[in-house]
Design a binder for this molecule. Structure first.
Ligand SMILES: Nc1ncnc2c1ncn2[C@@H]1O[C@H](COP(=O)(O)OP(=O)(O)OP(=O)(O)O)[C@@H](O)[C@H]1O
Ligand SMILES: [Mg+2]
Length: 477
């Protein structure tokens, strides 16, 4: 269920009551310290958590005095000045019973005031947090719900792991999943502290063009700057701060309250090991969600989540939805049998599916499918370049040979013996090539350890039929 405040109304009432009773012998576990209002005061610095919750009560009492002067006075005298009820009754010329009654009413009004302020503070935090995310690239998502719930449950559970990697081939929906995850976290807990840092260097827009982005390469120092810019804007502007000093400030913030931080497109980071070492120092209780085209299997403390392809039904639902949004009613109403060739050609890759639908404005479906298989259009070539080019250029000879042999496997995949036979690679080379291809998410490894089966995405299969032959002769531009 979504919450709009850190504490429900009744919890807040109990917390205010307890905090007033403990005014003179407060403890560190003061329940008001959980409030977003309290966190805001802490951020401004110069106060402890307990002092912040006392300030919060004093401010609320002042506001109450504007509408209920006598009630606010009774609360002050009783709790802050530690006067007994009969003393207050004497001072105000009231019966003790009346003082008790007025005190109960005043506490209820005080709670209402703080509750309204807390709601507004949560909404403010949520707005600030949402502004740190990129605008969503989607209107509706398919097949993501279960992944979001699964990952969020893991992330919100106390304790490690602190690092999560969302992995998969280009266009499979890594950024989208990370984005939905953050939005869901903010729906559940609007006061949740989040940050988003992107290392993305290129973008394939839905018109089929590759846009280079002005993002500089993400180094460990640049990461610290980016996170300070979002989470500690006041520190980021302090003159002559060394990166080490900024890092320490950031570390104490991230250690004090748990944050959720996404680092998108980790595969473009030059020195991943250095960056990961920094993240490990910043993590716990803060969680980092990394997205990467490359698997980070060799890292021991990372929870891996490989995004599966959309299945047949989800892929067709996405195609129909896109068609409806783009005002292509004939495609939106087409039968499964008519749309299934799209799925057969590009599989469950959302980016490729969306691009195919985009082209249906201009071209017929058979023409597009033919283009995909023969790389007969610039848009298709851009898609393949965007998804596969860098990975292909980084492969050595055995890696390329094995990948080129993969179309000989069927959709269920093949075992090691079959791959050895069709690639004609020696066992050592084959294992090395498999490691590289699995790491690059070009080959999926599934099944039990003893009976692993290796398969490729439909889009990879279609791509291998034609485009790669051209790259074997021409260098990367
Ligand atoms: N489950 C989904 N349902 C509908 N559309 C989706 C889904 N997942 C992703 N998309 C859309 O597909 C496109 C590609 O998704 P996204 O950018 O998240 O891929 P990616 O894996 O991050 O790619 P890259 O490796 O290039 O960073 C986007 O336009 C996104 O809106
Ligand atoms: Mg991405």
């Amino acid at each position: 269920m979504n919450q709009t405040t850190t504490l429900a109304r009744q919890e807040l009432a109990d917390a205010v009551h307890t905090a007033l009773q403990r005014w003179h012998n407060g403890q560190d576990d003061d329940p008001l310290t959980r409030l977003a209002l309290n966190r805001q005061l802490l951020r401004q610095g110069g106060v402890t958590a307990r002092q912040a919750s006392q300030r919060l009560l004093v401010d609320a009492l002042e506001q109450l005095a504007a509408t209920n002067h006598e009630g606010a006075l009774i609360l002050r005298l009783h709790y802050l000045d530690d006067r007994k009820v009969y003393v207050i009754a004497n001072q105000l010329a009231l019966h003790e019973g009346t003082v008790n009654k007025k005190q109960r009413e005043a506490i209820a009004q005080l709670v209402d005031l703080i509750y309204a302020q807390e709601q507004a503070a949560c909404e403010r935090l949520r707005t600030v947090a949402l502004a740190r995310l990129e605008p969503p690239t989607y209107l509706q998502l398919f097949g993501v719900e279960a992944h979001v719930e699964h990952l969020l449950a893991q992330i919100m559970a106390p304790g490690p792991p602190w690092l999560y990697a969302v992995e998969g081939i280009g266009g499979i929906g890594k950024t989208t999943l990370a984005d939905s995850l953050m939005r869901r976290a903010l729906d559940r807990t609007p006061w949740c502290d989040i940050a988003w840092v992107t290392a993305r260097q290129r973008l394939l827009n839905l018109g089929g063009y590759i846009d280079p982005l002005p993002t500089p390469a993400l180094t460990a120092d640049a990461l610290v700057d980016a996170l300070c810019g979002q989470l500690l804007p006041e520190a980021a502007n302090l003159p002559r701060q060394t990166t080490a000093e900024k890092f320490q400030m950031l570390r104490s913030t991230l250690k004090r309250t748990p944050h959720l931080i996404v680092i998108d497109n980790l595969e473009t980071v030059q020195d991943v090991d250095v960056l990961l070492a920094h993240l490990r120092e910043l993590a716990d209780p803060t969680c980092f969600i990394l997205t990467s085209r490359h698997n980070l299997y060799h890292e021991h403390d990372i929870h891996h989540f490989a995004i599966p392809d959309l299945d047949h039904a989800q892929a067709l639902a996405l195609v129909r939805f896109e068609a409806a949004v783009r005002n292509l009613p004939a495609i939106a109403a087409a039968s499964d049998a008519e749309l299934t060739p799209i799925y057969a050609a590009v599989g469950g890759n959302p980016l490729a599916l969306r691009l195919v639908v985009g082209q249906l404005h201009v071209h017929s479906l058979p023409a597009i499918l033919h283009d995909l298989a023969t790389v007969n259009s610039r848009k298709v070539e851009s898609l393949y370049t965007f998804i596969y080019r860098r990975a292909w250029d980084n492969l050595d000879e055995p890696g390329r040979r094995l990948l080129l042999a993969m179309p000989l496997t069927d959709s269920l995949g093949a075992d090691l013996d079959f791959l050895a036979a069709v690639s004609a690679l020696e066992e050592d080379e084959l294992r090395h090539a498999l490691d590289a291809l699995v790491m690059l998410n070009l080959i999926d490894a599934r099944g039990a350890l003893q009976h692993r089966r290796y398969s490729i995405h439909s889009l990879t299969r279609t791509f291998l039929q034609e485009q790669v032959a051209k790259w074997q002769t021409s260098p990367l531009l």
